[in-house]
Design a protein around this ligand. Structure first.
Ligand code: HGY
Ligand code: MN
Ligand code: MN
Length: 412
């Protein structure tokens, strides 16, 4: 395959993406949370895709779909390619799914070109990258890196269902998790292709880019407790209004992040109790998601946010409880694999741009198993975690051809 202007690969990618997008837990939108019925259906479809591509495929103890092409020397260290098929709530269809489909399409293209890779190629569709349902963090990819925390099995979703019970319901096997850990000596590297979920490639009019590092993340749950009261009778200076306090705290979060370089922080969830138009809010539960490519900067920003929010709570006579529950380190990508991606990009006469990933990815976990690198694909308006998320057929085709060239360089 040299330049295939006929967009064959792109069409195959888009068709598989559409097939997967049918699997949702919410009619009318795309929501596919870890171990849900839609995740099971999407895993079964991915299994079919992998087998049709000639891969030996199975669904592992944690629900990840794993396909393997043995290659000329099945004992040689394998190349791992993957991403995730779980989604956020009311999601776009490319986040995660694109990287899994591209791996499978490249495996098909190798076969179509009669190319046998020198080593095994393993393609994985992870299931818990978004960490939306359970208080976990990249649990299915950390399992491959031998870093699954058994305590994650006791985590519960909003309906009180434990990850363990959901896993059993899905057809998974809590007792089979330890055996998922891969031997680092048997893996030469990991490639993940993912939509950029940001505006930089589009601004530079580039279809793809090479990721240099992935942001570190701190996530916390918080709640503020004030006092319910009659909205009509309690004077403003005598209130302990939990929502007014959180409004001030959200301003603190915004200032702490926008006054630093390359940092972001978000309050994505806020639940007000009792939630009546004529009652002064008694309690607000909210979340914090704070990120930076530099761990020391991130920790300093979170500390400032906590200190200033505690002072605001004191002034307002409300209580603040803030519990960090997830830490993900800033993760530099592997220089050699980045160079391979760069050569592949240049072989298609595309300018190789490097950029930091603001979003977290399974590559953060897999970087604990073997060298990892990522290729970003332009998405319209940088929009993601939104049903308006979109890529063009041409960019899907370009991403497939770049990945094909990179894989050929690595496993030739
Ligand atoms: O939140 C993230 O960065 C990723 O999309 N899960
Ligand atoms: Mn993703
Ligand atoms: Mn995502």
């Amino acid at each position: 395959m040299t330049n295939r202007p006929d967009l064959t690969l792109g069409r195959r990618v888009m068709a598989m993406i559409e097939d997967l997008a049918r699997h949702t837990d919410e009619y009318g939108s795309l929501t596919r949370l870890y171990l849900s019925p839609a995740h099971r259906a999407a895993a079964d479809t991915t299994l079919e895709f992998m087998r049709e591509a000639g891969l030996k495929a199975h669904i592992d103890a944690l629900g990840s779909v794993v396909g393997r092409l043995d290659g000329a020397n099945p004992e040689a260290p394998a190349l791992l390619i993957g991403s995730h098929i779980d989604t956020v709530v009311d999601a776009g269809r490319y986040d995660g799914n694109l990287g899994v489909v591209l791996g499978i399409v490249v495996a098909e293209a190798l076969k179509a070109e009669g190319l046998t890779p020198s080593c095994p190629i393993e393609i994985v569709a992870f299931g818990d990258e978004e960490n939306v349902r359970f208080p976990t963090n990249l649990s299915t990819s950390y399992a491959l890196a031998g870093r699954y925390d058994p305590a994650w099995l006791d985590g519960r979703d909003a309906n009180g269902i434990s990850l363990r019970d959901a896993l059993l319901e899905f057809g998974g096997d809590p007792l089979g998790i330890a055996a998922l850990a891969r031997d680092p000596a048997r893996y030469r590297g990991y490639l993940e292709v993912h939509i950029e979920q940001g505006p930089q490639l589009e601004a530079r009019n580039l279809p793809v880019g090479i990721v240099s590092a992935i942001n570190g993340i701190t996530r916390a749950r918080a709640y503020v407790i004030g006092e319910a009261g009659h909205a009509g009778t309690v004077p403003m200076n005598m209130r302990r209004d939990a929502l007014a306090a959180v409004a001030e705290m959200i301003g603190i979060v915004e200032r702490a992040s926008s006054t630093r370089h390359d940092t972001v922080a978000t309050v994505g969830v806020a639940q007000v109790q009792p939630g009546a138009i004529n009652v002064i809010p008694a309690r607000v539960d909210f979340t914090l998601d704070a990120r930076s490519p530099d761990d020391a900067v991130r920790h300093a920003m979170v500390q400032d946010i906590v200190t200033e929010c505690e002072a605001a709570a004191q002034r307002r006579g409300v209580s603040l409880t803030l519990e960090p529950f997830m830490e993900s380190p800033a993760t530099p990508m592997d220089k050699d694999l980045m160079a391979q991606l760069e050569e592949a990009v240049k072989s298609l006469r595309i300018e190789p741009m490097r950029l930091v990933s603001g979003a977290g990815h399974d590559a953060v976990a897999i970087a604990n198993l073997c060298p990892a690198a990522m290729l970003f694909v332009r998405c319209k308006g940088g929009i993601s975690h939104n049903p308006a998320e979109s890529i063009t057929l041409e960019d899907a085709d370009t991403a497939a051809r770049v990945l094909f060239q990179a894989v050929k360089r690595i496993v030739a």
